[in-house]
Design a protein around this ligand. Structure first.
Ligand code: GLV
Ligand code: GLV
Length: 324
């Protein structure tokens, strides 16, 4: 029999067309733009040799136990915090594919978008236009800040952190600091970026961009203690994962004006409730997790996820495999 690949969502159009034209495998798909339920996920994966899934699906011991034929999980994301890695590791027979590199540029672009929206108070400006509150041209009101001669802090210096630094450097920052689990001298040198502990980044940076993965070390890393270390004029941008920030503490920090603005592409939960204090806050800008959401990138992610799934079901090395 042909291997079965279960796909939990409609893919971007070009990748979807390719998926539908595959002949060496049987594709079964939850072909809908609504999220798959847990029971649909478990029953769809039960007989599958491969699974193509999203970051919103929990991949855990229960799923592994109930899908004895599974050889590969191919997530259409670079983050894999939704996957229970220890469970996968001890199971030993399922590979994990993901989609690094292809989404680096789009995600770094989104980080820049949020940084500029925050620094120029775009949320208030957009609201004023649509609410009929755009008054006479003002020399003195609605003023933002600019990045010239400021300090940029990058938290997490992987592909996305590095690409973000390259994009932001031409805005005129006079210094770039970065934190990571270890220094990356070779990649930092051309940027003139300096390795620094998180505390120093928070104390000195005018713009702090969160570009690190969510894991046990980074969960809730931004809490009230950390917000107290930041400059009151600082902007915080998060395009990584919502859970890296303690959101209750962020509300407190914004209310107490411990920082100037938070601009988030990721929240807990997603979607965040429209009446959440962060959504209502003038000094918090939120986008609906669109970091990688371009035609080019999403199709590339879909294609890479298909490549990974095909390789996995046929026992070949994955194009992009997470080292377990
Ligand atoms: C998106 O957040 C991803 O991890 O690809
Ligand atoms: C993710 O792709 C990263 O390395 O930043």
């Amino acid at each position: 029999r042909r291997p079965i690949i279960f796909v939990t969502r409609e893919l971007p159009s070009l990748a979807q067309r390719r998926l539908e034209s595959l002949t060496t495998v049987e594709v079964r798909q939850h072909n809908s733009n609504t999220a798959i339920t847990r029971s649909q996920l478990l029953s769809g994966t039960k007989d599958a040799d491969g699974l193509i899934c999203l970051l919103s699906e929990k991949i855990d011991q229960e799923l592994l136990n109930s899908s004895p034929k599974l050889k590969v999980i191919s997530t259409v994301s670079v983050g894999y915090d939704h996957v229970d890695i220890p469970a996968l590791k001890s199971h030993g027979k399922v590979k994990l594919g993901y989609t690094p590199d292809v989404l680096t540029d789009a995600t770094a672009d989104t980080t820049v978008l949020l940084a500029l929206m925050a620094s120029r108070k775009a949320k208030i400006g957009l609201d004023s236009v649509s609410n009929g509150k755009w008054g006479a041209f003002s020399l003195a009101r609605g003023l933002g800040t600019q990045f010239t001669d400021k300090c940029l802090g990058i938290v997490g210096f992987g592909r996305i952190g590095e690409a973000t630094a390259y994009r932001l450097k031409p805005f005129g920052f006079n210094r770039i600091l970065y934190s990571a689990s270890k220094p990356h001298d070779d990649r930092a040198r051309p940027l003139g970026a300096e390795f620094a502990p998180l505390e120093r980044i928070l104390k000195e940076s005018d713009l702090v961009c969160v570009c690190c993965p969510l894991n046990d070390k980074t969960r809730g890393m931004f809490d009230l203690d950390k917000f107290r270390m930041m400059k009151r004029s600082a902007i915080l941008v998060n395009t990584a994962r919502g859970a890296i920030i303690n959101q209750e503490d962020l509300v407190t920090a914004l209310d107490q004006e411990l920082l100037a603005h938070a601009a988030l592409d990721v929240t807990v939960p997603e979607p965040i409730a429209p009446d959440h204090p962060l959504v209502r806050h003038d000094r918090c800008t939120i986008l609906p997790h669109i970091g990688s959401a371009t035609e080019e990138t999403r199709n590339a992610m879909g294609n890479l996820a298909i490549d990974n799934a095909l390789a996995g079901v046929f026992g070949e090395p994955l194009k992009a495999e997470v080292e377990l």
